[in-house]
Design a protein around this ligand. Structure first.
Ligand SMILES: [Zn+2]
Length: 135
């Protein structure tokens, strides 16, 4: 493969396959300004250049938002309560995922450092970095 390849939108199946089988988070990068996003667009949302490229997002980031799930769907039935999180990844991109073992609002903080963990469970699983999160 040579040169740059303009990325097309990921299907949900492709996104899931990336983290389940390739152990990475798929994202997009602007070849002009370097803006990185998890969300495909016709053009860069920062500089307007058309033609984003495929990239792999960072595995580390900070919690941007979260909520505690006490009544989960069937797929995470044995994990409740857990935190459903929005993570702002280092270098760009926001993704949703979940963190096991968070039982209440005091168990996690906005801005807490987290990292993605390889998991056989559904969804993108994160864990708190050692020494952060719970206060
Ligand atoms: Zn750009």
């Amino acid at each position: 493969m040579t040169g740059t390849t303009e990325a097309r939108p990921h299907s949900i199946a492709e996104y899931v396959r990336a983290y389940e089988e390739e152990d990475r988070l798929r994202g997009f990068r602007c070849p002009s300004c370097g803006f990185v996003t998890a969300t495909w667009g016709l053009a860069c949302s920062r500089c307007g250049r058309p033609g984003l490229e495929e990239t792999t997002l960072a595995d580390r980031g900070r919690v941007a938002a979260y909520t505690i799930v006490h009544v989960p769907g069937e797929e995470l039935l044995n994990e409740a309560p857990y935190a459903y999180v929005v993570v702002e990844l280092e270098g760009g991109g926001r993704v949703t995922g979940w963190i096991a073992g968070v039982a209440d609002d005091g168990g996690l903080a906005i801005g807490a450092k987290v990292h993605r963990v390889t998991s056989y469970k559904p969804g993108v699983q994160f864990a708190r970095d050692a020494g952060t999160g719970a206060t």
